[in-house]
Design a protein around this ligand. Structure first.
Ligand code: AMP
Length: 467
């Protein structure tokens, strides 16, 4: 098995990895690190969770150490562009961790914080700068920063940057950066606009492609509720209050909506039912986002409602459940969403709420990802609960019969219940969940693997409806 020490990294970087407890490189690290150390441009087709940050940061740090140039005035030597504030924060932290013993100066600048503070801290320049494109251009326009010192330019999650409307910013940054540089370009998907950008930014890049989604998703049990759009909130409340049991024990529950407004509405209504939750999306201030993330990480408020853009790339360990309150209209987003659980070798549970008008999205997700859902039944008295008459008892076991929602060998409508595809041995004769509030210990039962291989190149890249 390849070790980090086989890849040509320097001693200080190897020591820092040791301190972090990383023993073996991930596939993208194994492929990318030697090429980057050689000075080649790189095109990495990979998403968060694959270890791509270290794949560019570790050799990047060593390249900076090797060239040993001085820190340029009002500029940087390595610039990493990231789509969101959270991702930029994570990358900067990784740069600090990995570069701890290399003596490199690391800064990050993101929107929603004080520009004058950024101006001051970058006055003397830095070795590594992690930035969101908008804030970087603000500083360039104010003549507080320039790109003349760049030796290495990294674009992380380039497809997401395009989705967020950063195309003009990226074109400008390309024009302003020195032609003589190394470019490391990462994107989870490769639509035409991205290929064009790669052509402009990179010079004969080494291409490295990893498809972590299949391995990640194999550890994710995927469940499906068919539920009317206006009844989703009631179903969510029942599940979170554990009056209707779903598989797995709650630790941290990440809920996805398509819009910022939708996320706020869900949080507000949960609050009215005495279920505390936070929302994270682009309309929240940076301190609000950070607080929501911190509370989630510490499991103080273990229910977080997020939009795709806000959650993209954020690395939160211990997410036991991802609930797709609304299905994404871009199948790739589904993979990104459920990839928030089952991180770092853990198993996870993904639950999708599909309304009548989302069937086409569900079909797309199945087609693109090969996802196999097990259908869960609504409680018997669900309608009574929705209409506000009568309490809900936990559903008896036979009601929670799990059925495959993936049509096989003939058309079977989603409205029909199906024979269980497979009975999980550990579940036989047990209730689906042993109870417990978010924050409790997760039981080892209810595990199984689902084949949700994501097939790239199908479906293409469509713009998310999320704002
Ligand atoms: P990334 O895809 O860069 O966001 O990394 C996903 C997670 O994997 C982060 O929490 C990293 O700290 C972690 N990680 C990266 N490389 C390794 C490695 N070689 N061994 C173990 N964990 C890693």
């Amino acid at each position: 098995m390849t070790q980090f020490s086989d890849l040509g990294l320097s001693q200080p970087v190897l020591q820092a990895l040791d301190m972090k407890g990383y023993n073996t490189p991930t596939p993208i690290q194994e492929q990318a690190i030697p090429a980057v150390l050689e000075g080649r441009d790189l095109l990495g087709i990979a998403q968060t969770g694959t270890g791509k940050t270290a794949a560019f940061m570790l050799p990047g740090i060593d390249r900076l150490r090797e060239s040993d140039n001085r820190i340029p005035f009002k500029s940087c030597r390595m610039l990493v562009l990231a789509p969101t504030r959270e991702l930029a924060g994570q990358i900067a932290q990784a740069a600090k961790d990995y570069g701890a013993l290399a003596g490199l100066k690391v800064h990050s600048i993101v929107g929603g914080t004080s520009v004058s503070k950024d101006r001051n801290k970058l006055h003397r320049g830095t070795d590594i700068l992690v930035a969101t494109p908008g804030r970087l251009l603000d500083l360039i326009d104010q003549k507080a920063f320039n790109l003349s010192g760049i030796e290495i330019l990294v674009l992380d999650e380039a497809d997401q940057m395009l989705d967020l409307g950063f195309i003009h910013a990226l074109r400008r940054i390309h024009q302003l950066a020195p032609a003589e540089r190394q470019t490391l370009f990462f994107s989870a998907t490769m639509p035409k606009a991205i290929r064009e950008l790669v052509g402009a930014y990179c010079n004969d890049p080494v291409q490295v492609s990893v498809t972590p989604e299949s391995t990640t998703a194999e550890r994710i049990d995927q469940y499906l509720f068919m539920v009317q759009a206006d009844e989703k909130q009631s179903l969510l409340e029942l599940i979170l209050s554990e009056r209707h049991q779903v598989p797995g024990k709650f630790e941290r529950v990440l809920i996805f909506t398509r819009t910022k407004h939708g996320a706020d509405r869900v949080v507000k209504k949960l609050g009215q039912r005495g279920i505390p939750a936070n929302a994270i999306h682009g309309n929240k201030s940076q301190p609000q986002r950070q607080r929501a993330l911190d509370e989630f990480k510490r499991a103080k408020t273990p229910i977080l409602v997020a939009t795709d853009v806000a959650a993209r790339g954020i690395d939160i360990p211990g997410v036991s459940h991802v609930i797709n309150y609304e299905l994404p209209n871009v199948p790739e987003q589904y993979v990104h969403r459920i990839g928030r659980t089952a991180r770092a070798g853990k198993d996870g549970i993904a639950i999708a709420f599909c309304a009548e008008d989302e069937r086409a999205y569900l079909k797309d997700i199945r087609k693109t990802t090969d996802a196999e859902f097990e259908r869960l039944a609504l409680p018997d008295n669900f309608r009574a609960v929705v209409e506000g008459v009568g309490p809900t008892k936990p559903a008896p076991k036979q009601q929670r019969q799990r059925v495959s929602a993936k049509p096989r060998g003939g058309a079977v409508s989603d409205g029909q219940q199906r024979k269980p595809k497979r009975k999980h041995p550990s579940r036989a004769g047990k209730p689906h969940r042993e109870g417990g509030q978010p924050g409790g210990q997760r039981s080892g039962e209810n595990r199984g693997s689902r084949n949700a291989n994501r097939r790239r190149g199908r479906g293409g890249q469509r713009r998310s409806a999320q704002s």
